[in-house]
Design a protein around this ligand. Structure first.
Ligand SMILES: Cc1cc2nc3c(=O)[nH]c(=O)nc-3n(C[C@H](O)[C@H](O)[C@H](O)COP(=O)(O)OP(=O)(O)OC[C@H]3O[C@@H](n4cnc5c(N)ncnc54)[C@H](O)[C@@H]3O)c2cc1C
Length: 276
């Protein structure tokens, strides 16, 4: 099937993009790399009258380090984060997460902002950015606001973004030299969305201990008590029983197979963090 007819515009700045969306009175959608929107248009799951292409807006295209934080423009692709090397030296988790998303052709077009706005429960960025305590900067006719990434996704394919707002940037704290992190996901086939995923960040200098599970039915879920126990006691707190209990309490709706898969990915993500 092919998409229904739509108009297309490619504004050169954020303000023009926001106006174009607002002027269409709910009949427009932003287009980033088209990696999710393209199939949705072709399946006619969505029928916007106008696509507002944000993929070449300069202000959304850069990675900058500002006052101990990394600012990533919403239209930066997964491949650009994967390749950013030196500019992400103080948060090597970012390129490591990007590298594991699908395969290179998807990463060449898919963007961090598009991934967050689309809010697929199995996507990597909502999980990683929650674990990293990032902040999402959104912009709209009413102005700019900041949303903690752990609260940005509300449910599957649902976020705090209003219909007339765009994601402008993501602010990720730089990690301390003593920080440790781990990521692990279980995919039935390489390049596919995962069936279970977990990410862990321990940064004692900034008093951060976070373990999150993802690839659930909704937003990523924190395992705060487990993370605190590991931060206080180290590896002795990472037992199979402790992980199973944490998963069962945080995600009681999982069946036995789901619990096992998420426990295994959580164990491996935390082990990776402790070994780093
Ligand atoms: C085969 C395949 C495998 C994949 N595997 C993975 C995987 O393993 N892990 C993973 O994390 N992802 C995976 N993805 C998703 C992919 O990486 C993209 O991140 C995701 O599809 C978003 O694509 P995009 O950036 O091109 O956004 P688009 O498809 O252009 O847009 C997606 C949605 O976001 C909205 N949008 C885009 N930009 C903005 C913005 N700045 N502000 C507000 N709204 C915006 C659009 O209106 C649309 O509703 C996979 C995709 C495919 C096709």
């Amino acid at each position: 099937m092919k998409s229904a007819k739509f108009d297309y515009t490619r504004p050169h700045d954020v303000r023009a993009a926001i106006h174009a969306l607002a002027d269409a009175l709910g009949e427009a959608k932003f287009l980033a790399g088209g990696q999710s929107l393209g199939p949705m248009l072709n399946l006619r799951l969505t029928r916007p009258k106008l696509l507002v292409d944000v993929s070449r807006i300069e202000a959304l295209r850069s990675i900058d380090v500002v006052n101990g934080s990394i600012r990533i423009g919403a239209a930066v692709t997964h491949a650009e984060i994967e390749d950013a090397g030196a500019s992400l030296a103080r948060n090597a988790m970012l390129p490591a997460v990007a590298r594991e998303i699908a395969y290179r052709t998807i990463r060449n077009r898919g963007t961090i902002g598009g991934s967050l706005a689309h809010a697929d429960p199995a996507a990597d960025w909502p999980l990683a950015l929650a674990a990293l305590d990032a902040v999402i900067i959104v912009n709209g006719p009413a102005g700019q606001r900041s949303i903690p990434s752990a609260r940005f996704m509300l449910a599957a394919f649902t976020t705090q973004l209003a219909d007339d707002e765009m994601i402008e940037a993501i602010i990720v704290p730089e990690l301390s030299p003593s920080a440790r992190w781990g990521t692990y996901k279980f995919c039935k086939r390489t390049g596919e969305f995962p069936d279970a995923a977990a990410m862990a960040v321990f940064d004692p200098a900034r008093r951060i201990a976070r373990v999150y599970v993802g690839a659930l039915s909704g937003a990523p879920v924190p395992l705060d008590a487990l993370a605190r126990g590991i931060a206080q006691q180290g590896a002795v707190a990472l037992t199979a029983t402790a992980v199973d209990r944490a998963i069962a309490m945080a995600v009681p709706e999982l069946d036995a197979v789901g619990r096992k898969m998420h426990a295994a990915t959580t164990m491996r993500a935390v082990q990776q963090a402790l070994a780093s």
